[in-house]
Structure formats: structure tokens, C-alpha cells
Design a protein around this ligand. Structure first.
Ligand code: G1P
Length: 291
């Protein structure tokens, strides 16, 4: 069994869809309720025990490093004010073992992954796209846990998918598969954002992957499309060799790189919150009467 130990989180997008806030605040620091989206992603890795994490950031993102660093003045202040719970919340942010690497040239997802090569070398790694938040209810298996289990028992790369319909297929990477056993599909082809008629199935790739060590080498040898190298090209080559699996994730997914997805995440997490869940529910009911 190969144990998965490392993870890459590409989070170097400029977030221009969220201007003006992203002029000075890096997009991964936008918060859902009180927590930056990047912390949600890092916390997803707790369920799989991955502790070696590298976040690929754009230049000028020091505030993200500050978020995951120590702040002793704040900790002392919270303790001396008797705010134990807030102290623990603040302290938790510095408990993660995260490293940072800058993506100086915006050359696509595969370019971001290659920036993390010195950290991953030829070992397998989890890949979590910073724009997507996943939520698993009690009784549902967290997506990363499922992917790690499949990888560790088969040694093959595995990607998470979701079912989509109609025009939605054209927004995502799309998989074709030859068989499915216990919810694990053997992928035989991949197309990136196909026209509706060219889709291979209703299974769209979401931003969670576990990739074997050979992928980093494959990325280095791909032909660029203009300035960008596509992760999909490497995945398609793996699929052609029968070396790529896929599994449909359980739970909810929020695209927080999109304004409406971001609002949806905030509303749903507010509803789930112990602190403000009840008043949010009352407010939404009243609002629904008015609109
Ligand atoms: C990327 C991938 C695509 C995948 C998607 C998931 O696209 O290239 O295959 O379906 O993430 O969110 P992007 O959204 O960066 O255009």
C-alpha cells in the first residue's frame, strides 16, 4: 500500500471576478462566514491525515501566510480576556503544516502544479482546487477520504466527479469510462469542457484529485496550448493506459470562485451555524414572503 502524505492546493488565481475586494485581498482569503475559503480546503485534508501541504499562491499573497502563521499578541490577549473558545479558533489556524510557493507566471493549472514539484518530487499527491468547497453530512464519506482509500488500495490515480446535465457539461472536464465496480469507474478518456453533443458521459470532474508520482513527470513533457499546459492532457494519457479511476463524490459542492456560488455557500453555512443558524432561517423565511 502506498500512503498518501502530500497535497497541493493551487490558489493563485487573481480573482478578477471579485473586484474590487481582490485588489488588495487575495481571493483565497475571502471568507465564508468567519473563515477564509483556503482554511476550509486545508481542513479537508485533516480527514485523511495529510499534513504536508503546499499552497500555490500569486505574488503579493503574504496575508495568506500570515493567516496560517503565529500571532502571539492576539493569543495572549484572548487568554487574558478569558476568551478560551476564540483563543482555540485563532490558535488552530497556526496548527497546519503549510508551505507556500509562488506561481510567478499564470500558465494554467498544470503550471501551478509544476511550481510545487520541488516539494512533491516523484511522490503521489492530493490536488485540491482552491475555488471549490465540499461539505459532507454525517453519514457521508468525505470526498478526500474516499479518494485516498481508492488510491491506497489500487495504487492508481483517482479523480472525483459529479453528475451534470444539459449545458452544464461544457463547464467541466468530462470523463468516459469502461466499467464501474462499487462506485469506482475505470476512466478510458477525458475531454476538457466539451460541447454538449461531444460529452462522453454525464460525469464532470470536480476539483479533487489524487495523482500518482508519475504525473509530475508527465506534466513536464506535455505540449503547451499557447502559454498553458493542461492537466487534462496528462489525465487523458493516464486514462489511455487504464491507469485512471474516478468516483462520484458524496455531499454538497460550492463553487466559491463564482459570485452566486459564493453567496450560496455563505447562506448554507449560515444556516448550518450553531451561532446564527436559527436567526438566518427565520430571516430567510421572512424574506421569502417578501420576494
Ligand atoms: C478545471 C479543470 C476541469 C475541472 C474543473 C473543476 O477547470 O480544468 O477539468 O472540471 O477545474 O472545477 P477550471 O474551472 O479551472 O476552468
Amino acid at each position: 500500500m502506498i500512503k498518501l502524505k502530500k497535497a497541493i492546493i493551487p490558489a493563485a488565481g487573481l480573482g478578477t471576478r471579485f473586484l474590487p475586494i481582490t485588489k488588495a485581498v487575495p481571493k483565497p482569503m475571502l471568507s465564508v462566514l468567519d473563515k477564509p475559503t483556503i482554511q476550509f480546503i486545508v481542513e479537508e485534508l485533516e480527514s485523511v491525515g495529510i499534513e504536508e501541504i503546499v499552497i500555490v499562491v500569486s505574488p503579493g499573497s503574504e496575508v495568506i501566510q500570515k493567516h496560517f502563521g503565529e500571532n502571539n499578541d492576539l493569543y495572549e490577549r484572548l487568554l487574558s480576556d478569558g476568551k478560551q473558545k476564540l483563543y482555540e479558533i485563532a490558535l488552530k489556524t497556526s496548527s497546519f503544516k503549510v508551505q507556500f510557493v509562488e506561481q510567478k507566471i499564470p500558465n494554467g493549472l498544470a503550471g501551478a502544479i509544476l511550481c510545487a514539484e520541488p516539494f512533491v518530487k516523484d511522490e503521489p499527491f492530493a490536488l485540491l482546487l482552491g475555488d471549490e468547497l465540499l461539505y459532507a453530512e454525517n453519514g457521508q464519506k468525505p470526498c478526500m477520504k474516499r479518494l485516498a482509500e481508492i488510491f491506497e488500495s489500487t495504487g492508481k490515480s483517482v479523480i472525483a466527479t459529479m453528475e451534470v446535465f444539459g449545458d452544464e457539461v461544457s463547464k467541466y472536464g468530462n470523463i468516459g469510462f469502461s466499467d464501474e465496480v462499487d462506485g469506482v469507474m475505470t476512466v478510458n478518456a477525458i475531454v476538457e469542457k466539451p460541447a454538449v453533443n461531444d460529452a462522453l458521459s454525464n460525469n464532470a470532474i470536480i476539483g479533487r484529485y489524487v495523482l500518482s508520482g508519475e504525473v509530475m513527470g508527465m506534466l513536464k513533457n506535455l505540449k503547451p496550448h499557447g502559454n498553458e499546459i493542461y492537466l487534462t492532457d496528462a489525465l487523458d494519457a493516464l486514462a489511455a493506459k487504464g491507469e485512471l479511476l474516478a468516483s462520484c463524490f458524496e455531499g454538497d459542492r460550492y463553487d466559491v470562485g463564482d459570485k452566486f456560488g459564493y453567496i450560496r455557500a455563505n447562506v448554507e453555512f449560515a444556516l448550518k451555524s450553531e451561532e446564527i443558524g436559527e436567526e438566518t432561517k427565520q430571516f430567510i423565511k421572512e424574506l421569502a414572503q417578501r420576494i
